[in-house]
Ligand binder design. Structure first.
Ligand SMILES: Cc1ncc(COP(=O)(O)O)c(C=O)c1O
Length: 370
């Protein structure tokens, strides 16, 4: 077995195997990132993908990809995609970098800013990859716990004082789906002596009702601000692996030096451009998801569960000591949700909003099990 699904211990099973001893010791010692499970025909409510197909305009572009596009290397700097992103978000193309998923954009940031001895800080609990990338880069990750109130998770004020070169906030946060207001993020950008990365993977859901939640319009006031977006969630393109990074033009020019030469393939560039040009369909899909989330919330409330107010396409449900048992029972019955056996999270399940029929199946199973 190869790739990310390889068991966590495989490197360590044979510590004396000839080539393993040549690996960096911190790589051998590090825990791999654990991606959400993928099980044949299971209903997947565990990785916050959108349950709807991509826009018909995107699928038409996919069907029209030609032999020459595949034969030749793609545009190394994704010009057309960046132009479309610049037009959609009101910035210049020089302020946009495209990545092989926003995970690639995060890797580019770590490689560019962080050398051994440097620190990266984030509020906790949050997206686990921030920690994995710190281990790969050989830098220290400092967690500062969120202040947890029942329906809100607020930023710890100590976050700005961690002597970190890079501070990362997922906004809305994964796994809580909670959101930090723009004014607070702008204050933090002014306070940190380094860069503030705001990972807006789920921001489209927060803006579904017309609210202003994104930091992209504030880039010009904060030269140390980097904003990330992904096509994996609200655009239903997780399989295409496509993300965007927005920052001041001089930052983008330097970050581009450390990316892989052809980091975004020709198909993903074309699909992303088509998706950005189909704004109405996108907004429609986001609003449908939020309405379905509200329906799911009404159904789950019947079990006495609670969750922080969600600004995303998922809910972090407080289930109690039976959370792990419910996760396993749902999995046995073909429904995947996310559970972590970790401090602050082991009593909770993170549930992605699915199609109505999938959510109904989930609720029916919980009714049996609870
Ligand atoms: C906060 C956050 N950032 C980034 C990602 C990854 O996005 P991508 O698929 O674009 O790499 C995820 C995926 O779950 C996420 O939750």
């Amino acid at each position: 077995m190869t790739g990310p699904d390889r068991p966590a211990s495989s490197n360590l099973d044979q510590p004396d195997a000839s080539a393993v001893r040549h690996l960096r010791r911190d790589v051998v010692a590090m825990a791999p990132y654990t991606p959400g499970e993928q099980l044949g025909k299971a209903i997947k409510l565990n990785t916050n993908e959108c349950p709807w197909p991509p826009s018909p305009a995107v699928l038409a572009v996919l069907g029209a990809i030609g032999a020459d596009q595949l034969r030749l290397y793609p545009d190394p700097v994704s010009r057309e995609l960046r132009r479309a992103a610049a037009a959609a978000y009101g910035v210049s193309p020089e302020q946009v970098l495209a990545g092989n998923g926003s995970d690639d954009c995060l890797t580019i940031i770590y490689r560019s800013f962080l050398a051994p001895g440097d620190r990266v800080a984030c509020p906790w609990p949050t997206y686990g990859l921030y920690e994995t990338l710190a281990a790969i880069q050989g830098v220290e990750l400092v967690h500062v716990d969120y202040k947890l109130a029942e329906r809100a998770w607020t930023l710890p004020s100590a976050l700005a004082r961690q002597n970190a070169k890079v501070v990362i906030i997922a906004n809305p946060n994964n796994p809580s789906a909670t959101i930090v207001p723009i004014a607070e993020l702008r204050r933090l950008a002014d306070q940190v002596d380094g860069v503030l990365v705001v990972d807006e993977a789920y921001i489209d859901f927060a803006e579904a009702d017309g609210a202003k939640a994104s930091m992209i319009p504030h880039l010009d006031q904060h030269p140390n601000l980097i904003v990330l977006r992904t096509f994996s969630k609200s655009y239903s393109l997780a399989g295409a692996r496509l993300g965007l990074l927005f920052a001041a033009a001089p930052l983008v020019a330097n970050l581009a030096k450390v990316k892989d030469s052809y980091n975004v393939n020709v198909i993903s560039q074309a699909l992303g451009t088509a998706a950005l040009n189909d704004r109405d369909r996108h907004l429609d899909q986001v609003r449908t998801t939020v309405r379905e989330r509200q329906r799911l919330e009404r159904a789950l409330a019947a079990f006495g569960w609670s969750w922080p107010e969600s600004a995303g396409n998922f809910l972090l449900c407080e289930v109690g000591p039976r959370a792990g048992e419910i996760y396993r029972a749902l999995k046995e019955r073909g429904v995947l949700v996310r559970w972590w056996d970790k401090p602050l999270l082991s009593s909770k399940l993170r549930i992605t909003v699915g199609r109505p029929e999938d959510d109904d199946r989930l609720v029916a199973l919980i009714r049996e099990l609870w």
